[in-house]
Write a protein that binds this ligand. Structure first.
Ligand code: CTP
Ligand code: ZN
Length: 159
């Protein structure tokens, strides 16, 4: 439990707190959740705060929204240390760590323009296998192209 001294932004009433995000990844997390700030719900972003486990960390708080399984998988890829806290009426009602699945389907685009998953006709759903979690390495199941964290950042328009 954080003491008053440590609390940077207020607690939220209902929603989700993604805590223990590696420093510098909070914007990427917002991007991959498709949050621009124009949706109308309150969002708080905390960057570079002290963490006992990580040294420093980022936090994302989203009021009035929960996360789908696909969204949790995307968060896990870029923030494997993240803890997700579901908040109802100011209380943490559920807390769990994200986990990178073995297969990522239909969530990312292969960067190889000639890949079958990028063809206009008869498009095939993308599918990547996780070769390594740290550092992140995904391999396209169709063409074998390796994707790393910076490819995901580029995909979400951050580099
Ligand atoms: N939180 C919040 N609004 C609430 C309740 C909690 O924004 N109504 C945030 C806290 O600020 C913290 C996270 O959700 O960033 C987890 O809350 P809690 O479990 O109370 O904190 P800790 O015990 O410090 O969490 P952990 O053990 O996961 O580090
Ligand atoms: Zn491919």
């Amino acid at each position: 439990m954080s003491s008053k001294r440590e609390l940077i932004i207020s607690k939220i009433r209902d929603g989700v707190v993604i805590d223990h995000i590696p420093t510098g990844r909070a914007l990427l997390v917002l991007r991959l959740l498709g949050i621009s700030g124009r949706e109308g719900f309150r969002v708080a972003l905390v960057m570079n705060v002290e963490s006992r486990k990580l040294g420093t960390k980022d936090i994302v708080k989203i009021e009035g929204r929960e996360l789908t399984k696909d969204e949790l998988n995307l968060v896990a890829l870029v923030a494997p240390t993240a803890t997700v806290n579901i908040i109802r009426d100011y209380e943490v009602v559920s807390k769990f760590k994200v986990a990178i699945p073995d297969v990522i389907e239909g969530l990312l685009k292969c960067k190889n323009p000639r890949c079958i998953t990028n063809q206009q006709r008869e498009p095939v759903r993308s599918r990547f296998r996780v070769l390594s979690r740290e550092p992140l390495k995904l391999v396209c199941d169709y063409c074998g192209t390796i994707h790393e964290l910076n490819d995901i950042e580029r995909y979400f328009g951050l580099t």
